[in-house]
Design a binder for this molecule. Sequence first.
Ligand SMILES: [Fe+2]
Ligand SMILES: [Fe+2]
Length: 138
Amino acid sequence: MQDSTSMPQMVNSKIKFQHEQLHDQIDAINRAIRRNIPHEDLLKLVQDTEEYLAAHFLTEENLMRDIHYPKFKLDHHKAAHAEALLGFRKLLTDLSLTNSRSRKIFEFLFDWTYVHESTEDRELSTFLEKHMKSDKPR
Ligand SMILES: [Fe+2]
Ligand SMILES: [Fe+2]
């Protein structure tokens, strides 16, 4: 039997899980910088985080399409993701080209995810919850 009410809950849990994973990755970068781990290890950690972030953005963007999220909101949310990836990749390039142990990359990720999750992502989550309420089983 199909349970149409469980889809938004499942998706919200999946996004929440991915956000927690992302926070763990960002914490790991912070600890790695503080502990002064070898530069190549720090670079690998940051590269893994970039991959995780890109995959997470894709999850949200596919979801927004699937649930027919209003186009102007989808475009705005997608543009925020694209801008973040651009900024992050620039810092990642700087990190790979220099032996810098700058905390810039950690601060960028920390600040950006905090603001984004409390604005665009929260709006998406609220939309999903409303969608769930109106999506009554037949
Ligand atoms: Fe997002
Ligand atoms: Fe997100």
